[in-house]
Design a protein. Sequence first.
Length: 203
Amino acid sequence: MHKIGILGGSFDPIHCGHIAIATSALEECGLEKVLLMPTKNQPFKVGKHVADEMDRLNMVKKAAEENDGLLGSSCEIDYGGISYTYNTLKELEKTYKDGKFYFILGTDAFISLETWYMGKELLSSTPFILAVRPGYKESERKVAVEKYRQKYNADITVLNNPILYISSTEIRERVEKGESISELVPKGVEEYIVEHGLYKKEN
Ligand code: NAP
């Protein structure tokens, strides 16, 4: 069985915080690789404006090139429609017949897991790797971990990931203001943003 992690997200753009949780999961959980998978349409964010999916995918691929064990995945973009994680995992099982999948996610996504499409089935069947940020919704997170373990016998690994206070929103705002983002995103991602004029204020 190949142990494969999946880190899904809008990745608008992908940043060093995402890379830090993917690489921590890779090392701490002994994963063979982590797929960085941009969503086509995140179910809770349908209608929200995001950068073009090919730009988000290309940036993810640039970031993956700089980090061993990480790979960009177009699975949800190719699958189309709304990106329900349950369906994504079913699709991946067809491609990686000998794969065991671990879904990596942060606190906000984790807390809402029970309300996802087929969330209860996901919690009973998929191992989750939870990235944390000390002080951030800590008590809510602990309650959710306990509840999911008791109700669904959920397999949850809590990561000891480095904390990077970076958000995609901050990066987009900095680009719009002409400020540097070189400390916040991998080099190839910064170059891609500049080259394609992403996140600039429209005149
Ligand atoms: P996102 O906002 O783009 O973020 C991607 C992940 O990175 C999140 O888990 C987020 O944690 C984490 N993250 C961002 N910045 C971080 C930092 N500085 N340090 C540590 N962690 C950081 O993604 P999303 O919209 O929450 O979606 C995550 C995945 O869940 C996607 O694959 C999406 O399709 C899936 N999802 C599925 C359903 C469904 O099937 N019904 C519903 C919702 C989401 P936080 O969660 O803490 O922000």
